[in-house]
Design a binder for this molecule. Structure first.
Ligand code: ZN
Length: 421
């Protein structure tokens, strides 16, 4: 692209979707998986020796030798193996940098069978759900996919183009790409503080502000219940570690599906509200927040559901053109938004300041997030200012609560990737 042309930036959203294979994997495809793993591990070794981490550099360095060694492999798959190796090498280098001691980390290698193909290297019959994967010149295998209604949304929608394909022994992951709509210019702001059992926040538009809440207490309850169950299982199967592990894994999967289902519901409701009010959404940036180690505390305060909720809100917002602003949450739970003083302890459900300001602790945090976002340049049509005098915090607007979940709960045994709309 020449620099004189105006560049149009297409924002693409990518949805990775899991399909199970209908029937066992053809033996040719299995050989391909093994060959791919060999090539990837070979490329990793070559990259480590030559201290290279880019796909192109690896290709230049080793393509010829590899071509001879893996003469049976479709050329594009070989290039793709270099790509996978490059990704692994980059991660490895990042890890080394963080540790600063080279001995502590074992050289990386790929253990499980997998292969990746870019979209030029395979065909998908979207109507029939059949993948045509070339193995080598003159030899292709067909992979029949199990297609559910959920998958149909992607297969039948022309707006989704095909991205890369990841093949595993019994499933494939297809990346569907779609151009995302332009973000709208917000007319109001929904600032949300993310907690273990709820999103608490403030909805601010010109002239008024109101406290809002979306409650999901069952997420913590589900986590607790499954934690207890796992613990019991481990005790019961103390002499049989293998079956204990298998049962725990199943428990974990159920827990994951149940939690995921609720998080999707919460996210949908919050986003529909934001969309109807033409709101920007302010969230705290949770990356880098870690909790103190400690057996029970660590699990109880598991950050995963909160991060997952953010992930869901973010990608759904992107698909709907809703702007999201993420801000540093430092001091958000201890700062007074009126006078700016910072308190030492954050105990209690109520935030109280010497200046007279008092507020629900979580709502107070969201007001701070909002102010940080505004100070970092979040602009809203007509301009906005948080006016504590006009803040109606006596009346809470409930965006979501479990009773609203009219649909029956899933049994937790649904397939991967079928969670949520
Ligand atoms: Zn104060």
């Amino acid at each position: 692209m020449s620099s004189t042309e105006p560049t149009v930036i297409l924002r693409m959203s990518v949805r990775s979707t899991v399909f199970y294979l209908d029937g066992p994997l053809a033996s040719e495809a299995r050989f391909l998986l093994e060959d791919f793993r060999l090539a990837t591990n070979g490329a990793i070794r070559a990259g480590l020796q030559a201290r290279l981490t880019s796909r192109n550099a690896l290709c230049k360095l080793a393509y010829k030798d590899f071509r001879e060694e893996h003469y049976n492999m479709f050329a594009q798959h070989l290039v793709s193996a270099f790509g996978v190796a490059a990704g692994i090498l980059k991660n490895h280098r990042r890890r080394l940098k963080r540790l600063r001691t080279e001995q502590a980390v074992r050289p990386p290698y790929v253990k499980r069978l997998m292969m990746k193909a870019e979209n030029q290297a395979y065909r998908l019959d979207r109507k029939e759900g059949i993948i045509d994967l070339p193995i080598r010149a003159g030899l292709h295998v067909k992979l029949k996919l199990v297609v559910s209604q959920y998958h149909r949304c992607y297969l039948d929608d022309e707006a989704y183009s095909l991205g890369s394909l990841t093949l595993l022994p019994y499933k494939v992951i297809i990346a569907f790409r779609r151009e995302t709509p332009k973000l709208y210019a917000p007319k109001s702001v929904l600032s949300l503080d993310t907690n273990e059992r709820s999103l608490d926040g403030v909805f601010l538009r010109k002239g008024s502000s109101v406290a809002v809440r979306a409650e999901f207490p069952d997420v913590a309850i589900i986590q607790q219940r499954h934690h207890d169950r796992r613990r019991k299982l481990q005790k019961k199967k103390a002499n049989d570690r293998r079956s204990a592990r298998a049962l725990c894994k199943r428990e974990g999967k159920r827990e994951h599906n149940r939690v995921e289902y609720r998080l999707h519901e919460v996210a949908n409701v919050v986003l529909s509200f934001a969309e109807s009010q033409v709101s920007a959404i302010v969230l705290e940036d949770l990356t880098g927040i870690r909790h103190k180690k400690g057996k029970d505390m660590n699990r109880r305060l598991s950050m995963w559901p909160r991060r997952e909720l953010h992930r869901i809100i973010e990608y759904k917002a992107e698909e709907r053109g809703i702007p999201i602003v993420k801000v540093d949450p430092r001091y958000s739970s201890r700062k007074c938004p009126i006078c700016g003083s910072i308190q030492h302890s954050r105990m209690g459900t109520e935030f109280e300041c010497k200046c007279g300001w008092h507020m629900d602790r979580h709502i107070n945090a969201s007001v701070n997030l909002l102010q940080t976002a505004v100070s970092k340049g979040l602009e809203v049509a007509g301009g906005l200012r948080f006016d504590p005098g006009a803040f109606r915090h006596d009346a809470m607007m409930i965006l979501y609560e479990p009773a609203m979940a009219a649909r029956s709960e899933p049994n937790g045994m649904s397939e991967d990737g079928v969670v949520g709309p």
